[in-house]
Write a protein that binds this ligand. Structure first.
Ligand code: AMP
Ligand code: MG
Length: 322
């Protein structure tokens, strides 16, 4: 089965065709804010402008009459962005007379990670701009064992970068600065039960600006935030007795975060997995692949139920595949 997937929950508009064996093709257009962070209205306008171009590109590489189904990111995400891609997906489904399936964006990050790495039943750390969650499957559902109480870690890093005058996205730039950092400044380490919080840390780090070297602030921020994420991930693994860990989401590209998690896994005799970088952040292949899994297991989304779900939770989807 060849499934065309459409992702556009936030910054990346990405279309991909996937079948049981491979990612056949993927085309993407990233929205970069001129200043400040992601503006939902501007991002949705970007998606509206670029979607005809991406459809043209993908059908040049893959004939439309060989598409068997359409999958789209139904949520969570930015409302205006979700509505653009959902509309395109409905239109394609009707025009090509092929089934439609609405996919949970967080589930898609986990499933493409498992597919690419062959992890069986991991505890997943999902770290992106808007989301930060520790997820594991138990009793036929993915459940969230811990998550951010305020902003996502990616969002927190991007905010810190902006206060240094660096353009969006700040993640890769903060990582480069942190590599040159030497001095550790204590920042609020906030883990409450299994949940964590980043916004107080951002404020505290911003207050150091002008008093400390930005390399040291970036270093201290990463060390503190990543230690919090590693602690909660480890506790979920200990509680569940799982011996695999999967890292997904755009922030997962960070080498320091990967190293901390890998060392934690080595200490517990667990296996650490991370998919290739292009499948870590938001991408169309993850939606197409998860759509394929769902369709093969009897899921379909009729047009009248294809409304967007900006607060769609991963727990809402019963998991019937292994
Ligand atoms: P996503 O929403 O999953 O596509 O992830 C986007 C987020 O990943 C943005 O907040 C980026 O700043 C962040 N990001 C990308 N690369 C890195 C990196 N090397 N280190 C930290 N954060 C990163
Ligand atoms: Mg994401």
């Amino acid at each position: 089965m060849n499934v065309l997937g459409i992702e556009g929950t936030a910054w990346n508009l990405s279309l991909s065709v996937v079948n049981e064996e491979e990612v056949v093709v993927m085309v993407s257009e990233a929205y970069l804010p001129k200043e400040g962070g992601i503006n939902p209205r501007e991002a949705s306008q970007h998606h509206t402008e670029k979607i005809p171009l991406l459809l043209r590109k993908i059908f040049e590489k893959f004939p439309r009459d060989r598409v068997d189904a359409i999958a789209f990111s139904q949520g969570p995400g930015l409302g205006p962005c979700l509505r653009v891609t959902a509309t395109a997906a409905r239109l394609l489904s009707l025009k090509l007379s092929k089934p439609l399936v609405g996919v949970n964006h967080c589930l898609a990050h986990v499933e493409i990670g498992r597919w690419m790495t062959k992890a069986r039943n991991p505890v997943t750390l999902y770290v992106s701009g808007g989301n930060s969650q520790v997820i594991a499957k138990k009793g036929g559902r993915y459940r969230v064992f811990g998550e951010t109480l305020d902003i996502g870690i990616g969002n927190a890093i991007d905010k810190l970068a902006r206060s240094f005058g660096l353009p969006h996205p700040g993640g890769p730039k903060i990582e480069q600065l942190a590599k040159k950092g030497e001095k550790y400044y204590q920042l609020p380490y906030i883990v409450k039960g299994m949940d964590f919080s980043f916004s107080g840390m951002v404020t505290a780090a911003e207050r150091l600006y002008g008093k400390a070297k930005i390399e040291d602030i970036a270093f201290s921020f990463q060390e503190t935030a990543f230690a919090m994420l590693t602690e909660v991930t480890e506790r979920a693994m200990a509680y569940l007795g799982y011996d695999e860990m999967l890292l997904v989401g755009g922030v997962g590209a960070n080498e320091r975060l990967q190293r901390m998690l890998r060392e934690m896994c080595e200490d517990r005799n667990a296996k650490f997995f991370a998919p290739p970088k292009e499948y870590m952040g938001d991408n169309g292949a993850m939606i197409a692949y998860t759509g394929l899994l769902m369709l093969e297991n009897g899921y379909q989304t009729p047009i009248e139920k294809s409304f967007v779900k900006p607060n769609f939770r991963i727990e809402e989807v019963p998991i019937v595949w292994p």
